[in-house]
Design a protein around this ligand. Structure first.
Ligand SMILES: [Zn+2]
Length: 429
């Protein structure tokens, strides 16, 4: 007797007509025609069943704070940082926890069960850190939440930046962050990358830095990050988030940089929604897109995963917790609409992110955790096209969220009464 069987599923790798059985929180079988009994059965009816979505780059301490204490008038990254600085002294642990829990509720309905959040360590009160560590514990039964010590106002630039980051790590934050392009000088930026990688090596922690989130083609901290990764033997444990300056860099320089990043086995985390919204703000026309070189980095074998970054906060007034929306934007901005390219984008929202985050037991194979999502789509490309509804979200073999299928009722003579956007319109891709 299994706890759950999902019948007749299409899998992201193209297999169809597959049943998935879960017992004791773990996937026990993935094969066609499982006949055993189960406490609960979901008939996927040929729809896509995926491992849960992962967001490797988010700001849970800022989410849902839109309008507090005012709106971002210029819409720029720098005004967003200034605005967050105005809000910061007013933050309370209770309000931070309440907003984060509300976001996590939304995330669960979107099948988003693994999130890495940066946590601002600039205010020496560290109320953000206290709050996010509380949230991490409270959501642990349904969301794996990782925390990054993030010196938003600069590791060297903020008055107590160095000390506060160390204290946050002492309190139990999982990952060392940074923001080299926001230090006072290029030299300080480089020194911050060196110091932070040293801390990570000494403490045995991963690194995930906001790096070169600028249109300045000479912002080259990613080079230092890759070199320090290799120097300290941190290969595979370091993520470079954003890397938007790569969009504007000289091609010859990039031809040397990408192999260096590959040597460092750097995990790359572009944030398509935020990059297309915030970059190129000082351009007239032509206006740069600003996202890093996704196609080229994937082609060079780097592990690329996409982050949502922001939902309704000082930097971004939109967002829905739906990683398919992130992938949808990535397809457009990176111009990756080919079938194989869409499959690569879907992997960047699921299995690649799991690699970035170092998740264990992730996937839809026997022995993996019994976590999965049933989508109102037949294949990954269709899920991305429609930003599909997550019909059922399963954690450890238990259904923890359901959303009704999107379907229109039609009142036209001689036409169908119901329209399901995911069937009958085109081939599966
Ligand atoms: Zn960020």
């Amino acid at each position: 007797m299994f706890d759950l069987i999902v019948k007749n599923a299409n899998l992201p790798d193209g297999r169809t007509g597959i049943d998935i059985a879960v017992t004791n929180g773990t996937i026990a079988a993935v094969e066609p025609g499982i006949t055993a009994e189960a406490r609960e059965t979901i008939d996927a009816t040929g729809r896509l069943v995926s491992p849960p979505f992962c967001d490797p780059h988010f700001h849970m301490d800022a989410t849902l704070s839109l309008g507090l204490p005012r709106m971002n008038r210029s819409g720029t990254l720098l005004e967003g940082i200034a605005l967050w600085g105005e809000l910061r002294p007013m933050l309370t642990r209770e309000a931070l926890v309440e907003r984060a829990l509300r976001y996590c509720d939304l995330a669960v309905t979107q099948g988003l069960l693994n999130i890495r959040t940066h946590v601002d360590t600039s205010d020496p009160r560290l109320v953000t850190v206290e709050a996010m560590l509380e949230v991490k514990e409270r959501v642990a039964p349904y969301i794996t939440l990782q925390t990054v010590a993030f010196p938003q106002d600069g590791y060297f630039r903020a008055p107590e930046g160095v000390k506060s980051l160390e204290r946050a790590l002492d309190m139990g934050v999982d990952i060392v962050g940074g923001i080299p392009h926001f230090e006072r000088t290029m030299e300080d930026g480089r020194a911050s990358v060196q110091a932070l990688c040293r801390i990570a090596a000494d403490r045995g922690l991963p690194v995930d830095m906001h790096c070169d989130e600028t249109d300045d083609p000479l912002s080259r901290h990613v080079e230092t990050l890759a070199a320090e990764t290799i120097r300290h033997g941190l290969q595979g444990r370091v993520a470079g988030s954003h890397l938007t300056s790569m969009h504007s860099m000289d091609n010859y320089y990039v031809s040397k940089l990408i192999p260096l990043m590959a040597e460092a086995r750097m995990n790359v985390i572009p944030n398509p929604l935020i990059n297309i919204m915030l970059q190129g703000r000082h351009d007239t026309y032509p206006k740069r897109r600003g996202m890093t070189q996704v196609k080229e980095l994937i082609a060079a074998g780097l592990n690329v995963s996409f982050g949502h970054d922001c939902v309704m906060d000082p930097w971004y007034s939109m967002g829905s917790g739906d990683m398919l929306e992130v992938g949808h934007m990535a397809i457009h901005v990176a111009q990756m609409a080919g079938l194989d390219e869409k499959a690569a984008i879907f992997r960047a929202l699921t299995e690649n992110s799991a690699v970035t985050m170092g998740l264990e037991g992730y996937g839809l194979s026997k022995g993996c955790k019994g976590d999965l999502v049933v989508l109102q789509a037949r294949a990954p490309a269709e899920a991305l096209r429609l930003k599909s509804v997550k019909l059922a979200v399963v954690k450890g073999g238990k259904v923890i969220a359901r959303t009704p299928a999107r379907e229109g009722a039609l009142f036209l003579d001689g036409r169908p009464e119901r329209v399901d956007p995911a069937t009958g319109f085109a081939p599966e891709y």
